[in-house]
Design a binder for this molecule. Structure first.
Ligand code: CTP
Length: 360
């Protein structure tokens, strides 16, 4: 803890809650040299929250207390989570320092947006704990094989409204699409996520474009497709929508023998396949029967580079479960047979396969 950190929370509180020693002084007599041994004996050095001051000291190579001195020892072990007022966060000197540290291998967990300690609203807020831990995990365990690539991903279901209180949809939660967005971002990609209504927490550090209907999703995907390097169409799009939707609630007395008339929705992925230039284009198909045959057929029909086929088995694979049984099929018809695995893990495998298709 720095001297300033102890102004916020006392050393004793941290020692009691963590049951770990808390170090504050650079000069502690003993067998080991503290600022070296602390770094050598750990896997990561995480500064959370990191002030503009400590970031500035790191970037300038200043060591004038225990923390700033130990940070000089092994930069690639360091991860910072800046937390400060928006004005400070947007200060070009702070941003320049962060870029410099990034180039030297220091990991960054971006701050969140919302209410700040000073009462203002904006970017600079310490991320929610779950987001922070997830980002930390991804940062440390992911290769940087999508660095600088722009990846467009769609997630979740679409909703096709019948009247203001009823819609046609499917059980997709958006878990797989959000896992893909997080995995791509952790690999260094700049990610845009076009998301139908999500039943899970959206990923941090990516641009989210919320949509509801297949037509809205098509518009957003078409708009974002041009500048992207890779596109993963994971959303479960409704193939049909009501021919017309009612402006007011349907009353059953009014329509005793109600029949719903439907029209087909556009095939969004097919449309992207037609426009594709050098983008890597990936589709998904959830099948109850013949997943591999269907994957190969749809890959060819939609002009894709990869198709991820998964089975739909209740509680094991498909909608609203945390695991998937999948195959990743390429244009040559070769497939990776993935065992049942967590969607987060599968997302990483898919992103690595996408990364392998970009010219090295
Ligand atoms: N897809 C799409 N637009 C649609 C339907 C599907 O973009 N209107 C995309 C999905 O996001 C997925 C891929 O196409 O990436 C395959 O979806 P799937 O529903 O399996 O294929 P369909 O072509 O709709 O064939 P079917 O439903 O007859 O199996």
């Amino acid at each position: 803890m720095t001297e300033h950190a102890q102004q916020f929370v006392g050393k004793c509180t941290f020692e009691t809650l963590t049951r770990r020693p808390v170090y504050t002084d650079l000069f502690v007599p003993g067998e080991k040299i503290l600022h070296i041994s602390l770094v050598r004996e750990c896997d990561w050095v995480v500064i959370a929250p990191a002030t503009a001051n400590i970031i500035g000291k790191m970037a300038a190579g200043i060591g004038d207390d225990l923390l700033s001195t130990l940070l000089l020892v092994d930069l690639p072990k360091v991860i910072v989570t800046p937390a400060m007022n928006t004005g400070m966060w947007e200060n070009p000197i702070v941003q320049e320092n962060l870029c410099k540290l990034g180039e030297l291998g220091v990991g960054l967990i971006a701050p969140g947006t919302g209410l700040l300690a000073c009462g203002e609203r904006g970017t600079g807020r310490f991320p929610e704990t779950e987001e922070f831990l997830e980002a930390l995990f991804y940062l440390r365990y992911s290769p940087r094989n999508l660095a600088g690539k722009r990846i467009l991903i769609s997630a979740g279901p679409s909703r096709e409204w019948i009247d203001p209180v009823r819609f046609l949809s499917n059980p997709a939660t958006g878990l797989m699409g959000c896992a893909l967005a997080s995995a791509a971002r952790a690999r260094g990609a700049v990610v845009t996520l076009v998301a139908g209504p999500l039943a899970v927490r959206g990923p941090g550090g990516v641009t989210v474009i919320p949509v509801e209907t297949a037509l809205e999703m098509e518009e957003a995907m078409q708009k974002e497709f041009e500048p992207c390097d890779g596109c993963i169409m994971n959303a479960a799009v409704s193939d049909f929508r009501p021919t017309s939707s009612f402006a007011t609630k349907l009353k059953k007395e009014q329509y005793p023998d109600f029949n719903l008339s439907l029209v087909p929705n556009p095939d969004i992925l097919f449309g992207l396949g037609q426009r594709k230039r050098n983008q890597v284009l990936v589709g998904f198909c959830a099948e109850t029967d013949n997943p591999l045959t269907e994957a190969k057929r749809k890959l060819a029909k939609k002009n894709l580079d990869l198709m991820v086929a998964n089975t739909v088995v209740k509680g094991e694979s498909g909608f609203a479960v945390s695991t998937n049984k999948a195959w990743i099929v390429n244009r040559k018809g070769e497939s990776i047979d993935c065992p049942i695995m967590d969607k987060v893990e599968l997302a990483g495998l898919i992103c690595d396969t996408v990364a392998s298709l970009f010219p090295q």
